[in-house]
Write a protein that binds this ligand. Sequence first.
Ligand SMILES: Nc1nc2c(ncn2[C@@H]2O[C@H](COP(=O)(O)OP(=O)(O)O)[C@@H](O)[C@H]2O)c(=O)[nH]1
Ligand SMILES: [Mg+2]
Length: 274
Amino acid sequence: MSNSQTLKSSTKTSAKSTPKKTGAPAGKVLKQPATGPVAPKNPGHDHPFPRTEFLTTVARLRDTPGDAVAEVAFVGRSNAGKSSAINTLAGKTRLAYVSKTPGRTQHLNYFSVAPDRYFVDLPGYGFAKVPEDVRKQWDTLLGPYLQTREQLKGLVVIMDSRRPLTDMDWQMLEWFAPTGRPVHVLLSKADKLSRQEQTTMLRAVKADLADLGCPVSVQLFSSLKRTGVAEAASVLKHWLGLCDNVVESTSSDDAGSAPDATVAAIDVGRNDDE
Ligand SMILES: Nc1nc2c(ncn2[C@@H]2O[C@H](COP(=O)(O)OP(=O)(O)O)[C@@H](O)[C@H]2O)c(=O)[nH]1
Ligand SMILES: [Mg+2]
């Protein structure tokens, strides 16, 4: 894990230079001018998976939807921004927070994004104090799911861009890599880093994951600023076998990043500072 240690120390530096003020960037966007709310530039058209609906919570592998043609799973440390990322892709503010409902946090939460195509929200691993706790969970549900679910086309790993590649992220990646299926890393909350820190972090994480042993791609992502949405959507649509005209045109997606359109993207009542 020397690589992750190197990265962690560089992350600390980044975190230090990032203003700690509670929700500063969010405040900027979310505070509405006296003239009233700023309307999104492309209301309803800038979310790549607009038909996403919560489908079901699954506690046993045999209860996973039988009709699935393709699905992608989302995993990450608690508070990494996983629910926000799913909500942002779907354009629905509270959709993925259903995973926080007691009884659902340790299970697989299925979201239908198109007919027979699913997002699967996996349990966050923040509850675990040590990798051994993750191992227990892995043995019972996660491991069998990730290793045997044929419809699973790839794994999205969400990591806070200020402190990516924690020991548990590595553990998850090392367990999944032998499946040979692709991993896509979202370095979330990228709005918390300066441009230069973003570039440095992206490069460092890519370098650290270069030898993982399965196809890996890494990108910056911000639910708040809606940056990286088009890039993520293109990977996910490819994995799911969807092209833009199947789901809905997203040509006006985030390429230029539209901060005004961010209000609905994350839960405004929540605060990110830990
Ligand atoms: N600044 C910022 N905060 C974010 C972003 N995404 C999520 N958050 C905040 O991070 C916290 C955890 O987000 P959540 O999506 O619930 O994480 P999860 O536990 O991984 O599902 C919440 O307070 C969110 O508002 C982002 O892109 N930028
Ligand atoms: Mg969540």
